[in-house]
Design a protein around this ligand. Structure first.
Ligand code: AMP
Length: 223
């Protein structure tokens, strides 16, 4: 399974990636996670990226493309398939990604375009909490953990809120998405690999739908 997850912030890309990963062992590459790791470690890239991430702006293409290229090239697991989450976010990132994937002979099978209403997104993201230990995603109201403050998956007790999940930054991230990222939909539509799903549906239903699609495309190899 070689998939790009595309959609506005809060459409459920991370949650869906988590479910798809359970089903088939594939590499999950989230540029947001990679950038947060760089920021946490205060690397040069992290320091440069921080001002953009904090404001909900896109980190410049040159930096993110280098980051994704390094990650892809050093990952021996790319052969098992991959889930790209949050990349590409501009048409020029999409073009560069094609070049990088062509070089390793692992082109994208499907681009899953998850759409969602802006007000649903604001509600989802303001209530989003993430497990610091394993990255599992919760929502204070829609998807709370069974025991308040404790992760269902790993038992960790630090469920935190991302600093860019505040209403002002969320609205800016959505504007940035409409202006810079939405044009990618046309790019992939023209390549006939775009699959549109309703991001307001439960993640489990979307996962089932995609799994069926993949089983039909690869009946022998559930790659
Ligand atoms: P995410 O975790 O995908 O919501 O990303 C969080 C933030 O990281 C975004 O608001 C951007 O500032 C930055 N970011 C993540 N992926 C990219 C990308 N492909 N291009 C530029 N900036 C990105």
């Amino acid at each position: 399974m070689k998939i790009v997850l595309l959609g506005p912030p809060g459409a459920g890309k991370g949650t869906l990636a988590g479910l798809l990963k359970k089903d088939r062992s594939v590499l999950h590459i989230s540029t947001g996670d990679l950038l947060r790791e760089e920021m946490k470690n205060e690397t040069l890239l992290g320091q440069e990226a921080k001002s953009y991430v904090d404001k909900g702006e896109l980190v410049p293409d040159s930096l993110v493309i280098k980051l994704i290229e390094n990650t892809i090239n050093k990952s021996s697991e790319m052969d098992q398939g991959y889930l790209l989450d949050g990349f590409p976010r501009t048409v020029s990132q999409a073009e560069e990604l094609d070049v990088i994937l062509r070089k390793i002979g692992r082109p994208v099978d499907y681009v899953i375009y998850m759409d969602a209403d802006p007000e649903v997104i604001v509600h989802r993201l303001t209530g989003r909490r993430i497990c610091r230990d394993c990255g599992a995603v919760y929502h204070q109201i829609n998807r709370p953990p069974k025991v308040p403050g404790v992760c269902d998956v790993c038992g960790g007790n630090d469920l935190y809120q991302r600093t860019d999940d505040n209403e002002k930054t969320i609205r800016n991230r959505m504007d940035v998405y409409l202006k810079n990222t939405l044009p990618i939909v046309e790019y992939y539509k023209n390549k006939n690999i775009l699959v549109k799903v309703d991001g307001t549906q439960p993640a489990e239903s979307i996962q089932k739908y995609i799994s069926t699609l993949l089983d039909e495309k690869f009946p022998q190899h559930k790659d």
